[in-house]
Design a protein around this ligand. Structure first.
Ligand SMILES: Nc1nc2c(ncn2[C@@H]2O[C@H](COP(=O)(O)OP(=O)(O)OP(=O)(O)O)[C@@H](O)[C@H]2O)c(=O)[nH]1
Ligand SMILES: [Mg+2]
Length: 299
């Protein structure tokens, strides 16, 4: 594999699980039952009007309860990231759709050398019993746009079950900011897209992990496929425009992306041209990866 000298080598990392909640009291018993006992649990509540906070406290008295500064899942995650103290940060929904037992696999790929472990319903071993045709088509379209614009290989852009090493936080560029009734860029459901684009553009090593999405157990979704889909589209356009300047600054980093349960390696090779960019090359056997030219140079 490539030179890992700047990668974390911690083999028993501490884990923080960040759980955004908006009226999820009835779902929390199911979710909390399967959480790792020794993980730090950060519940970021969006001013739920049900018993979410008291249920969380009764289930896990050690859980850290965080009030978010603005509104939206993106802002909740930003607040949770700021409060988390673990080496590895896991993003987990509270509606029962994501299986906390999968955290082990996310941690495994991170300790194996990834910077960012990205859940995917659309690689071998993943799936969904919840996604609608409209959402599947929209997600495929938006994933394709991102892959084309920033030269990466995401199979499931809009999925929010991810985990990453703490050192990725500055790359995400998310901050709780001040308490405000006004929303800011990244505060909504576009946050996953924003995060995925920023880690890829920064040349961090992304590994897709198969994940199975279940239907939420109780309550209704807060996501609107059309309006939130349009926010994601806008995010893609803005982030890829902004990326060109950032890419030049970050391009000197080494980078490898790994996809799939069988760890197909997608590693950027240096392309030196008028307009420098990263290309991705599939290498079938991760055990035999040879990094011919891991440095991404820029003009
Ligand atoms: N703190 C906080 N949490 C939120 C907010 N909006 C959504 N959430 C939580 O974010 C998670 C995902 O929200 P969902 O409404 O399930 O949306 P989704 O999972 O993207 O969409 P579905 O697939 O339809 O469930 C859940 O745990 C919600 O409770 C918010 O404004 N603040
Ligand atoms: Mg959900």
């Amino acid at each position: 594999m490539s030179d890992n000298s700047d990668r974390p080598t911690n083999s028993s990392p501490t884990i923080s699980v960040i759980i955004p909640t908006l009226n999820e009291a009835r779902n929390l018993p199911h979710v909390f039952e399967h959480l790792p006992a020794d993980a730090e649990i950060i519940v970021v509540d969006g001013r739920s009007t049900d018993d979410t906070v008291s249920v969380a406290k009764s289930l896990r008295p050690d859980a850290v309860i965080v009030d978010q500064t603005r509104r939206g899942k993106g802002n909740a995650l930003a607040c949770g990231f700021a409060a988390a103290t673990g080496d590895i940060l896991v993003m987990l929904d509270a509606d029962g759709s994501a299986d906390p037992a999968e955290i082990n696999e996310f941690v495994r790929v991170l300790t194996a050398g990834a910077d960012f472990a990205k859940g995917s319903r659309f690689i071998s071993g993943g799936g969904s019993s919840d996604i609608t045709r409209l959402r599947r088509a929209g997600n495929a379209f938006l994933s394709g746009l991102v892959n084309t614009f920033i030269h990466c290989h995401y199979s499931d852009l809009c999925y929010g079950y991810n985990a990453f090493w703490r050192h990725c936080l500055p790359t995400l560029g998310l901050s709780p900011g001040e308490h405000s009734p006004n929303n800011e860029w990244g505060d909504g459901f576009e946050v996953e897209t924003l995060i995925n684009m920023r880690v890829a553009q920064a040349g961090l090593r992304v590994v897709e992990v198969p994940s199975f999405e279940h239907p939420r157990i109780h309550g209704v979704s807060n996501l609107n496929a059309v309006s939130d889909g349009l926010r994601v589209l806008r995010t893609i356009l803005v982030e890829s425009r902004g990326s060109r300047g950032r890419k030049r600054k970050r391009a000197a980093r080494k980078s490898t992306a790994v996809v799939g349960p069988n760890l197909t390696i997608l590693q950027p090779q240096n392309v030196r041209s008028e307009s420098p960019q990263t290309t991705w090359v599939e290498t079938p056997d991760p055990e035999n990866v040879r990094v011919t030219n891991p440095e991404v140079e820029c003009a």
